[in-house]
Write a protein that binds this ligand. Structure first.
Ligand code: IMP
Length: 201
């Protein structure tokens, strides 16, 4: 089996999250025909694993077995040092059924206040998995470190972007030009590793 991603091939992005799908499109730089699991009406699996890597593999495998196509999945989230790494793999769930990340960001702020915590260190993680139908699965992980700021700033990006300032910058991911976020984000770091492993040229 050829474990390479050949330019021009079709890839299923195993996500129903429009923000992630946009970033995956941008990071693949037009070299692949990308269709999302949402567009194919594939069901979303329950994320039952305990790590980003485990959940990324679970999502890629689930989509590859149902679509019969090569699938790429991202499992990602925000880890706050003063909250012992929360929300971490539960980042999406902190938004509740309405996926309300204004609420999730307030929850983080309230917990930090409740704990009287002054440490604002946080990082985003992205695990990217590629699964071949009835075949292997390759997984990599990327991380970007930074600090939290409240109240949220900026309406570009998605999820927790408005409260996260990456190290070396003054703008939140929510304020930043998306091209700049795409050059330094956790997903960009993971993509560079994936490219080295699976993409020639
Ligand atoms: P999941 O990987 O589908 O479980 O969801 C990850 C959740 O983490 C998303 O719904 C976002 O809330 C958050 N997240 C992951 N990556 C980013 C990002 O680049 N910016 C902001 N929030 C993110």
């Amino acid at each position: 089996m050829n474990l390479k991603l050949i330019k021009g091939m079709r890839l299923v992005a195993a996500t129903h999250n429009a923000g992630k799908a946009r970033e995956i499109h941008a990071l693949l730089d037009g070299h692949y025909e990308v269709v999302t699991a949402g567009e194919l009406n594939l069901p979303e699996p329950a994320e039952t694993e305990t790590t980003f890597v485990g959940n990324a593999m679970l999502k890629a495998r689930h989509a590859a077995d149902r679509s019969g196509e090569v699938c790429l999945a991202d499992d990602s989230g925000l880890s706050v040092a003063a909250l012992d790494g929360a929300p971490g793999i539960f980042s999406a769930r902190w938004g509740g059924p309405e996926k309300d990340f204004g609420l999730a960001m307030r929850k983080i702020e309230e917990r930090l206040e409740y704990l009287d915590a002054t440490d604002r260190a946080a990082f985003f993680t992205s695990a990217l998995a590629v699964a071949w139908p009835d075949g292997p699965c390759v997984v990599v992980e990327g991380r970007v470190d930074g600090r939290l700021t409240f109240p949220p700033r900026g309406d570009r990006g998605f999820g927790y972007d408005p409260v996260f300032i990456p190290d070396g910058h003054d703008q939140t991911f929510g304020e930043m030009d998306p091209a700049l976020k795409d050059s330094l984000s956790h997903r960009a770091v993971a993509f560079r590793k994936l490219k080295a492993a699976l993409i020639d040229g």
